[in-house]
Design a protein around this ligand. Structure first.
Ligand code: FAD
Length: 455
């Protein structure tokens, strides 16, 4: 049932990405009248220039690696697999198009009014669409996402960002990736295994600041083994066009100065898409990274205006945007006044080679907030790597806290870590102890069994 008829809609959603779609669809399940503004393709970052096309490329590069392993094991395949990037892109985009189709159908079936326009707020209940049409809503959800940021250095416009990776039609020969976060690491691994020579230029002294330091170190070793050149403590000063203008010359403060690349990608952080939404005039608080400040219930400083997903600046992952949006709708329209997103114990995976995933606290974080911390680890070469004569190692780690050794962190770097982690995330969320892990019978022979065999 509609909430009231004072406004055109019960809910207006700005943005048709992960968070916006989830909000719109859940609200219609509660019988609400919903309009969703999206000027671009449905699915937002995740579907178009994030998780989905990236995973397609990761799967391709994983296959390339496996062809090499197969060669080493005696299969009659080339030692180094070559892929037709064009063919790959055609298949990848067909997959993405299909998702667009599915979303269009679902929105139509649920009766969401789709407005293919950009929107901005003119007051707490009114949205002006980019064609000048104004619509009003009882509640407004901002889900406009975030965009990649370039650093403030001369020539920054010569660098590319992750969105541009998906426009590539071949592997550039010599590539630099600036950054040490998950997008930098993923792009480095993808490009290296799909034919580029990659330099990873990292400002700090380690990769993946928010991940467990030991696993991040092992990941760096694996990347180096894969052929990626990593330069820690690198501060980029300036970019200039080189020669005929096709290549870019990077000047650093330290490290390898004056290097020339066919492509240079910035993976140096993302900023919330909060500009031009009319938020200042309305008194909606915006933080330093362009994020819309929300309370634990996703509510902004204006009570009927909410923000979810990357714009809310908490944890920038698709399932988080979806869960936050659904909980919010459950609270507003579903009679569940306590429903809210729980931001701790969110599992997260870096699609590196091999993947790295974690849920819960790193060892460093656990030591900061618990008196008694015990750590278990297993470092091993998976069977396939041994059979193929590869030195790639896996490192698994459990972080436990308190006298009952509650497992507060599971950290996995190794083959299939992306798939193994989900089940253990359930265990961590349920508060499982080390003794309960120990009491679980192993599945042999697998990598996953190491998680319940650590002593
Ligand atoms: P978005 O999906 O960005 O959607 C925002 C939408 O709002 C856009 O479609 C935009 O067009 C629209 N919009 C903008 N301004 C307006 C306006 N004024 N009016 C109306 N609409 C507007 N997450 C994972 O969970 N797993 C991954 O493997 C993963 N990989 C990633 C890889 C890359 C390279 C990147 C960049 C991100 C990745 N992410 C991943 C993060 C994930 O994509 C985001 O967390 C998720 O898309 C956020 O959803 P959202 O709804 O907040 O924003």
């Amino acid at each position: 049932m509609a909430e009231n008829n004072t406004h055109d809609y019960d809910l207006i959603v700005l943005g048709g990405g992960s968070g916006g779609l989830a909000a719109a669809l859940r609200a219609t399940q509660y019988g609400r009248r919903v309009a969703m503004l999206e000027p671009g393709e449905l699915g937002g970052t995740c579907v178009n220039v994030g998780c989905v096309p990236k995973k397609a490329m990761w799967l391709a590069s994983d296959l390339a690696t496996r062809v090499e392993l197969a060669h080493a094991m005696g299969f009659e395949v080339p030692a180094r697999a070559k892929v037709s990037w064009q063919e790959l892109v055609v298949r990848r985009q067909a997959y993405v198009e299909n998702i667009h189709r599915i979303y269009r159908t679902r929105l139509d079936e649920h009766g969401v009014v789709r407005v293919p326009r950009r929107g901005r707020l003119v007051d707490a209940h009114t949205v002006e669409c980019s064609d000048g049409v104004r619509i009003s809503g009882e509640h407004i959800v901002l889900a406009t996402g975030a965009h990649a940021q370039r650093p403030d250095i001369p020539g920054a416009e010569l660098g590319l960002v992750s969105d541009d990776f998906f426009d590539l039609r071949h592997a550039p020969e010599e590539v630099a990736i600036v950054g040490g976060g998950y997008i930098a690491v993923e792009l480095a691994g993808l490009l290296q295994s799909l034919g580029s020579r990659v330099s990873l230029l990292v400002r700090g002294q380690r990769l993946l600041e928010r991940f467990d330091a030991e696993l991040a170190d092992q990941l760096a070793q694996n990347l180096i083994q894969q052929g990626v050149r990593i330069h820690f403590g690198y501060r980029l000063r300036e970019l200039k066009r080189d020669g005929d203008g096709q290549r870019v010359r990077a000047y650093g403060h330290d490290g390898p100065t004056d290097s020339v690349f066919d492509a240079l990608f910035f993976a140096t952080g993302r900023r919330g898409n909060s500009a031009d939404l009319g938020l200042e005039a309305l008194g909606v608080e915006v933080g330093e990274r362009g994020e819309v400040v929300v309370d634990a219930w996703q509510t902004t400083s204006v009570p009927n205006v909410y923000a979810v997903g990357d714009l809310a600046g908490k944890v920038g992952l698709t399932p988080v945007a979806i869960a936050a949006a659904r909980r919010l709708m459950d609270r507003l329209f579903g009679g569940q006044p306590e429903a809210k997103m729980e931001y701790d114990t969110v599992p997260s995976v870096v699609f590196s080679h091999p993947p790295l995933g974690y849920v819960g606290l790193s060892e460093e974080q656990a030591r900061q907030c618990h008196e008694q911390v015990s750590v278990y680890r297993s470092s091993f070469r998976p069977m396939l790597q041994v059979l193929a004569g590869s030195n790639q190692r896996s490192l698994f780690k459990l972080v436990c806290a308190g006298p009952d050794e509650r497992v507060v962190g599971v950290h996995l770097l190794g083959e299939a870590a992306d798939e193994i982690l989900q089940g253990f995330a359930v265990a961590v969320k349920m508060g499982a102890t080390k003794a309960q892990f120990d009491a679980t019978v192993a599945i042999h022979p697998t990598s996953a069994e190491e998680v319940v065999l650590m002593r």
